[in-house]
Write a protein that binds this ligand. Structure first.
Ligand code: PGA
Length: 250
């Protein structure tokens, strides 16, 4: 029913030459892989990596985009520019965008709708802070981020949407949510999606886990019924650490 979707978020790593080298190695290593794959290099390497992944089973992702199509927005990158480079999917609402760059749900929603309007797939990241988890608010935070991030998005457009649940306290810290803790939130998020769009749509939406996912813990997480993939940061920067996750089921 749902295909596993394993994605690499390279964040602010890799010069163009390094990015091309890694992309080439991954394309070769994953060519017989049976899951859906995406790599998201920094903006500066998108053009070069686009040429490497074109026509392969590895999708090209971007890590962010502007709320606007074009205009006086110094330093921003628009959806039109991403499409022009062959980008197929864009990560939006990553916790580093939310917390370091103060992007709120309304801004993220504007980006989500703009990407979908232009036919790009969206990987919408949600997830609670440690203090929110400790206060028993993890579900409520994720629900708000889902409802506000997806406001105005139609059931039809949901075919282009992936959700990534990334508890902020697990990102880049080496701390992973236990498979059971992650499954609890994934299951809850799917019930929120069912309330918003109906069960059929909710059952078809891929919900990835992100936060210190690595070869050693991927299988136990991905075997949970509502965990359909991974959004991987640190472990996506080398073939030796990304491929075993990408091929966990082969
Ligand atoms: P991490 O990052 O795998 O390094 O924890 C995940 C992410 O931020 O998407």
């Amino acid at each position: 029913m749902r295909n596993y979707f394993i994605a690499g978020n390279w964040k602010m790593h890799k010069t163009t030459g390094e990015a091309v080298e890694l992309a080439k190695a991954l394309v070769e290593d994953l060519k017989d892989g049976k899951n859906k794959y995406m790599i998201a290099p920094p903006f500066t390497a998108l053009d070069a990596v686009s040429k490497v992944v074109k026509g392969t089973n590895v999708m090209l992702g971007a890590q962010n985009m502007s709320t606007e199509e074009q205009g006086a927005h110094t330093g921003e990158v628009s959806v039109l520019m991403l499409k022009d480079l062959g980008v197929q999917i864009v990560i939006l609402g990553h916790s580093e965008r939310r917390h370091i760059y103060k992007e709120d749900d309304a801004m993220i929603n504007k980006k989500v709708r703009l990407a979908l309007k232009h036919g790009l797939e969206v990987d919408l990241c949600i997830g609670e802070l440690l203090e929110e988890r400790e206060a028993g608010k993890a579900e409520a935070v994720c629900e708000r981020q889902l409802r506000e991030g997806l406001a105005g998005v139609t059931a039809e457009e949901m075919k282009l949407v992936t959700i990534a649940y990334e508890p902020v306290w697990a990102i880049g810290t080496g701390k992973t949510a236990t498979p059971d803790d992650a499954e609890t939130i994934h299951y809850y998020c799917r019930s929120v999606l069912a309330d918003m769009y109906g069960k059929e749509v909710a059952d078809s939406v891929v919900i990835q886990y992100g936060g210190s996912m690595k070869a050693e813990n991927a299988k136990a997480l991905l075997e949970k019924p509502d965990i359909d993939g991974g959004l991987i940061g640190g472990a996506s920067l080398k073939v030796e650490t990304f491929s075993p996750i990408a091929k966990f089921n082969s």
